[in-house]
Design a protein around this ligand. Structure first.
Ligand SMILES: NC(=O)c1ccc[n+]([C@@H]2O[C@H](COP(=O)([O-])OP(=O)(O)OC[C@H]3O[C@@H](n4cnc5c(N)ncnc54)[C@H](OP(=O)(O)O)[C@@H]3O)[C@@H](O)[C@H]2O)c1
Length: 305
């Protein structure tokens, strides 16, 4: 028998989440049966969607939703031998028993030089969201000007770099000067700190006097209404998220994607840099989640068990 740790939602968040909204409990897992595997968490993701989805998809007492990279430590399922890694949506749990139906295997030929945690970042949901939004929603073309906000985050940092690879002019906004410097290092053409700018409207206009062809929207709310008049004719907007509103009450939609190999190639060629903000320890999940919501991370926020 394995005793798993699990973080539950003690009570629904009211405004910004607090440590007391979470509860750490232990659960004794059943012995895996034929066809089942026992998973041990290696990296857990903390993502903005958890905040609004907790409101719409969870009830008090449920285990927090979320994805993790886990290692198979016992197996009665030949598709997932002991030692292999998978991406599982089993939530904020240290261990889990399941039948494999809902597991995504981490590719057996995962390049050695690429950390497995990127299966939750640039190679996973956030990176593929960036790629999908740019290619399928914005249909971005060489020479166009793109604006992305929350630009130093898991999605935004990939959006800007891919747009540069595609030959675009990229304007990014972020909330600290350290993030602004990081984005300049990544090759963004214009970056500014939206928190210290005297006028968001002016800063956006200075960065792109002829306006924006594409807007990759991560923030929503007031930010969005300031950008709209600066869109060019036939401009396209990928409405990816609205993090500025999550601590109120705003549902969002999800996008499913699978262009993993393209992302591997970009990383291995050194064309895509993937910073990670790694917090250590399963017990620190709530702190890592709250830190991510207040913008502590440059790149993807993950927890290493
Ligand atoms: N549609 C989808 O399938 C999908 C998939 C993934 C993500 N998303 C959405 O994409 C957005 C970014 O996600 P992510 O994974 O890149 O998150 P992330 O890495 O945690 O970055 C989020 C960043 O948002 C910024 N932020 C937080 N509160 C803000 C506010 N009130 N106003 C302006 N900026 C704020 C912070 O950076 P600053 O310091 O710069 O403010 C924070 O670091 C979120 O809205 C998320 O829900 C959607």
């Amino acid at each position: 028998m394995v005793v798993s740790k699990a973080w539950t939602l003690r009570q629904h968040f009211q405004g910004f989440p607090k440590a007391s909204d979470f509860h750490l409990r232990e659960e004794t897992l059943p012995q895996p049966k034929n066809g089942q595997v026992l998973l041990e968490a290696v990296f857990l993701s903390v993502d903005p969607y958890m905040r609004p989805y907790s409101q719409t998809m969870m009830k008090e007492g449920d285990v927090m939703i979320g994805s993790q990279v886990a290692k198979v430590i016992q197996s009665y399922n030949p598709s997932f031998p002991v030692g292999c890694h998978v991406v599982s949506d089993c939530g904020w749990r240290s261990h889990w028993v399941c039948d494999g139906a809902e597991l995504t295997p981490v590719l057996p030929d995962w390049p050695q030089d690429i950390p497995l945690s990127l299966a939750l970042g640039a190679i996973g949901m956030p990176g593929l969201t960036a790629l999908y939004g740019l290619e399928e929603v914005c249909e971005i073309k060489k020479g166009e000007t793109l604006l992305v906000n929350a630009a130093a985050g898991a999605v935004g940092s990939v959006v800007g770099q891919i747009a540069k690879i595609k030959g675009c002019r990229v304007v990014g906004c972020a909330g600290t000067d350290t993030k602004v410097s990081y984005l300049k290092e990544l090759g963004f053409d214009q970056v500014f700190n939206y928190k210290t700018a005297t006028s968001l409207e002016e800063s956006l206009r200075e960065a792109a006097p002829h306006g924006y062809d594409c807007y990759f929207e991560n923030v929503g709310g007031k930010f969005s209404s300031v950008v709209m008049p600066q869109m060019r004719e036939y401009g396209r907007i990928a409405v990816c998220g609205s993090i500025s509103m999550y601590n109120d009450t705003t549902p969002q939609t999800g996008i499913l994607l699978s262009k993993t190999n393209k992302m591997f190639v970009l990383i291995l060629q050194g064309k895509l840099r993937c910073n990670e903000h790694i917090t250590s320890g399963f017990n620190n999940m709530p702190a890592a989640f709250m830190g991510m919501l207040q913008g502590d991370n440059i790149g993807k926020a993950v927890v290493k068990v």
